[in-house]
Design a protein around this ligand. Structure first.
Ligand code: AMP
Ligand code: GLY
Length: 414
């Protein structure tokens, strides 16, 4: 379920499962339509999704985005007896509420930045107490726009007013957090309610421009694995930041099944959690899943059962590097592109193009329909090979106003 680059990457990976499952995707996109049968149901139509899953007797629903998870889609599917990969609403609160995530981390003893929850602008400024850059997080879903790092008091006041007075993302408090320095790492783990099994580490690029400048985006690229010293032992990291949270949620009677995504800062004092997401990351998934060896469909199905992953073969990843580039439209992230014709040349092997914001026009042309338009993932035996192949493939894709960072995975190469 879903219609972005992440879901296209999931559909592709499920298609590689040895059982060759029949794939349906709601709502999908024109790229997904080449790999699955698409259903015209939006991700907010929970009723429609449950109905379609029942009517078509699907064996497994895989939920891509956070909205329906926090909204309780998995709970509804479970009540219908339909296996669904993803957390229940109660467990998805780890992503839906920053304050809840902090409370669980404290109870579970997971390292994270110091914080306080504030309800007014004055409380917020008092909690920041003159320490800049400050970190302000809206306590609810905000489509990637809920974190602000004000450089001074004027910026902090403006951000607090937007969240708490103008209610830009609806009702919700604000978490004021300690600013953490270090390298960021995305470590996703498959969870079966009892144990967390880490996927290969990845790094994503959140800012629109080279050198991590400009506004935050949904993500402009990613790569996997990650050569940073703190990223060499995913099992140890998962024991530190995933497993205690799983144990805590199980203890509370709300076990976590699905992908637990830990956004980490590798600080001088060790890894600290900056956020949890309750789903696959975008665009990390596009770089991680092509490296996964084994049967994704069976793994995800097993994860819906308590302790089910223990019976599966251990997760294994190819030695290859993967680099994912996001091709965004003109004006992104302020504006979304629409209607510009896309041309894709003859792509070499080892390259996967996934669709994020595309549509078909009345003449059947592939056109832009979103901020992030396409993702290009290339695999290679070295970081340099994967990176060069990704950029060479991106050169074969054109559309009006195309934006592309030129420094994705450069850190890995260097
Ligand atoms: P998020 O939307 O939660 O992924 O946060 C967006 C970005 O804000 C993160 O990827 C980090 O770069 C940055 N960020 C979040 N929390 C902190 C923190 N405590 N210290 C420094 N940077 C942070
Ligand atoms: N790549 C960041 C996210 O998926 O939230």
């Amino acid at each position: 379920m879903g219609g972005g680059g992440r879901e296209h990457a999931i559909v592709r990976a499920l298609g590689r499962s040895p059982g060759a499952p029949e794939l349906l995707c709601a709502p999908g996109n024109p790229g997904i339509a080449q790999d699955a049968r698409v259903l015209d149901i939006t991700v907010s139509d929970l009723e429609g999704l449950v109905h379609a899953a029942r009517q078509r007797r699907v064996d497994l629903v895989v939920v891509g985005p956070e909205g329906p998870l926090v909204g309780g889609l998995v709970d509804r599917l479970k009540r219908e007896g339909i296996p669904a990969f993803g957390p229940t609403a109660a467990a998805a609160r780890l992503e839906g509420s920053k304050a809840f995530a902090k409370e669980v981390m404290a109870a579970a003893g997971v390292p994270t930045g110091a914080f306080s929850v504030v309800r007014t602008v004055e409380e917020g400024l008092a909690a920041i107490d003159g320490r800049y850059p400050a970190v302000l997080k809206f306590d609810g879903l905000a489509a990637g726009k809920g974190v602000v790092l004000p450089a001074d008091e004027a910026e902090a006041r403006a951000a607090l007013e937007a969240f708490l007075v103008e209610r830009r993302h609806g009702p919700g408090d604000v978490v004021v957090e300690e600013f953490l320095e270090g390298e960021e790492l995305s470590l996703l783990a498959l969870c079966d309610g009892e144990r967390a099994y880490p996927l290969a580490p990845a790094q994503d690029y959140k800012r629109i421009f080279d050198g991590d400048r400009g506004p935050n985006t949904g993500g402009m690229g990613s790569y996997s694995p990650v050569p940073a010293p703190g990223a060499q032992d995913p099992a140890a990291l998962a024991a530190l930041v995933h497993q205690p949270v799983l144990d805590e949620l199980a203890r509370r009677g709300t076990p976590f099944h699905g992908v637990l995504y830990a956004g980490l800062m590798l600080t001088a004092d060790g890894p600290k959690v900056i956020e949890y997401n309750a789903r696959f990351g975008d665009p990390e998934t596009q770089a991680v899943l092509p490296r996964l060896q084994g049967d994704l469909a069976q793994l995800l199905l097993a994860a819906t059962r308590p302790g089910g992953l223990a019976e599966q073969p251990p997760l294994a990843f190819s030695e290859d590097w993967a680099v994912t580039l996001v091709l965004a439209g003109a004006g992104y992230p302020e504006r979304s592109a629409a209607g510009d014709v896309i041309t894709i040349g003859e792509l070499p092997g080892g390259v996967e193009v996934t669709h994020a914001g595309t549509a078909r026009d009345v003449d059947g042309n592939l056109v832009t329909a979103g901020g992030r338009v396409l993702n290009v993932t290339a695999l290679g035996p070295t970081a340099t090979a994967a990176r060069d192949a990704a950029y060479a493939a991106a050169d074969l894709i054109t559309f009006e106003g195309r934006q592309l960072r030129s420094d994705i995975a450069l850190r890995a190469v260097e």
